[in-house]
Structures are given as structure tokens and as C-alpha cells.
Design a protein around this ligand. Structure first.
Ligand code: PNS
Length: 166
């Protein structure tokens, strides 16, 4: 890999159950810094979410349709293995608050231990989304609260109908 290629592809991993405006904000900003951004949805058989992995990928695809350098995939197993397969050296993570730090720090160190050529870059979530999480969105929606402004407009109906169907 030559010097110019080093930072080209970044991976933004997560559960995205579902994608929120905070995630979209990080995607938009990371996509403006890197040539290519892969949003990677973790397949975690131990954690049953509201949406299936395929549904999460489809929702993210709807949201990132305007971003031409963003692709969406799912992965299982180690993130570092997936990154090697995609020839990426950079993990993007969003940080909302100090409370996120300890967990993210631990994961970044573990990933670096597994593959020392991989760097985790943290992006501070924009202040207006700092309180947002997928779980709080699900809670608000399940009690009939308004989720406009919390998730991208293009997926509001999908989230509401999924919650109603449960
Ligand atoms: O949105 P989340 O739930 O904070 O995302 C966590 C995620 C998917 C980034 C993390 O669980 C992950 O990378 N899992 C893959 C397994 C792995 O590589 N573990 C080693 C690092 S601790």
C-alpha cells in the first residue's frame, strides 16, 4: 500500500438498531474526510435486536443513498478481520459523552492489540445529538412519543411500524 492509499477506506462499525440522526451525522462527516466509508453492522447472535440485521442494513442504505462514497455491509466475528478483508486501517467511532469513553477506549486498545496497524479515530458527536441513542429512540417510539428529529425522516415510518408490529 502506498502512502496516499493509507487513509482511504474507513469503517464505521456498530449495532445500528436502528440508525439515528447521531449516526447519520458521524457518517456524513466521516464520508467528507475519507475517500470511502463502509458502515458495518455487527451480526451478534447473542443479542436480539428490534430489527434483523438485513432490516438494519436496508434502513442504513436508505439513509446513506445521497452519499456516493458510503456503502453498507454486515459482518460477524472480529472487526479487525473484516477490516483486513476490506483493506481498511481506520475505525471511526462516535463519542457522545465522557461516559462512552471507557468502553470505547477498551475496544480501541483491544482492536489495536489484535492488529497494530489499525487505528481508531473518534469523532465527537454534534452537541444536538449528544443525548441520542438507538435504545432511547426505541423507548420513545414504544410509548408513542414523537421520533422526528431523532432518526432520519426516511426511516421514521419503518421504525413506527416495526414497534407497532411487536
Ligand atoms: O454500536 P455498538 O454496539 O457500540 O458497536 C459495537 C461494535 C460492533 C463496534 C463492537 O461490538 C465490535 O466491533 N464487535 C465485533 C467483535 C470484535 O471485534 N471484538 C473485539 C474488540 S472488543
Amino acid at each position: 500500500m502506498n502512502e496516499e492509499d493509507k487513509m482511504r477506506v474507513a469503517v464505521y462499525p456498530g449495532s445500528f438498531d436502528p440508525i439515528t440522526n447521531g449516526h447519520e451525522d458521524v457518517i456524513r462527516r466521516a464520508a467528507s474526510v475519507f475517500d470511502e466509508l463502509i458502515v458495518a453492522v455487527l451480526i451478534n447472535p447473542d443479542k436480539k435486536g428490534l430489527f434483523t440485521i438485513e432490516e438494519r442494513v436496508e434502513l442504513i442504505k436508505k439513509v446513506v443513498a445521497p452519499y456516493k462514497n458510503v456503502t453498507v455491509e454486515s459482518f460477524s466475528g472480529l472487526l479487525t478481520t473484516f477490516m483486513k478483508e476490506r483493506n481498511s486501517k481506520v475505525i471511526i467511532k462516535g463519542l457522545r459523552a465522557v461516559s462512552d469513553f471507557e468502553y470505547e477506549f477498551q475496544m480501541a486498545l483491544m482492536n489495536n492489540k489484535l492488529d497494530s496497524s489499525i487505528e481508531t479515530l473518534f469523532m465527537m458527536t454534534s452537541a444536538q445529538y449528544s443525548y441520542l441513542s438507538s435504545s432511547s429512540v426505541k423507548q420513545v417510539a414504544s410509548f408513542g412519543g414523537c421520533i422526528k428529529g431523532l432518526v432520519p425522516d426516511v426511516i421514521i415510518d419503518d421504525v413506527i411500524s416495526k414497534i407497532r408490529a411487536k
